[in-house]
Design a protein around this ligand. Structure first.
Ligand code: 5GP
Length: 202
């Protein structure tokens, strides 16, 4: 039976390129997957239910909270988002690492419940660059955009609570940084002691 996979928390302000980064990471690595969250946010164009998110209505989300279905959940920029416990366990029980792309409130909840989780905060190169990326992405109306920019400052204040900080200035470099964190975690004594055990048994 494979050891359990590691939980990696990846947080960043909206527009930091977090999804491009985790997509690049999982494309280069078989043994890591992104958990699909539930949200009450409306799907954007090109977003597929069950792939990008499980899109649900507020009543369903509240029912899931009542059933204790979430490891963590939060109201982010006016919508609910949550990570289902079943989704995460299904992945880590196969010995596969899982990435939780969640906000700072969710990160705090997971850290409390899973002290072995490894947390990574992705920083934009500057606030200006962040604003520009959000405007260029064009997926939000102006009101939502301003809300996300204001929330970014609050999120940066939480960055010091994370184990690792990665600056996403250049996507290949930041992807490499993320891979380095994942590989180093796999070499932790507690995650890699089969070699030691077999040596001691001979
Ligand atoms: P977006 O609406 O741009 O997809 O995501 C908005 C924010 O919600 C991002 O910061 C994203 O990381 C966060 N988010 C996505 N899924 C979850 C989740 O399951 N839990 C929490 N707490 N935040 C989430």
């Amino acid at each position: 039976m494979a050891d359990k996979g590691t939980v990696f928390i990846v947080s960043a302000a909206s527009g930091t390129g977090k999804t491009s980064l985790t997509t690049a990471l999982t494309a280069r690595n078989d043994n890591i997957q992104v958990a699909v969250s539930h949200t009450t946010r409306k799907p954007r164009e090109n977003e597929i239910n069950g792939v990008h998110y499980h899109f649900v209505d507020t009543a369903t989300f509240e029912q899931m909270i009542g059933d204790g279905a979430f490891i963590e959940h939060a109201n982010v920029h006016g919508n609910f988002y949550g990570t289902s416990t079943r989704e995460v366990e299904k992945i880590i029980n196969q010995g596969i690492d899982v990435i939780l792309e969640i906000d700072v409130q969710g990160a705090e909840q997971v850290r409390r419940q899973m002290p072995d989780a490894v947390s990574i905060f992705i920083l934009p190169p500057s606030l200006e660059a962040l604003k520009q990326r959000l405007f260029e992405r064009g997926t939000e109306d102006i009101e939502t955009l301003n809300l996300r920019i204001n929330n970014a400052r609050l999120e940066f204040e939480q960055a010091s609570l994370f184990d690792y900080l990665v600056v996403n200035d250049d996507l290949p470099t930041a992807t490499q940084d993320l891979m380095t964190i994942v590989y180093a975690t796999r070499l932790r004594q507690s995650n890699n002691n089969e070699a030691l055990i077999s040596l001691l048994q001979n």
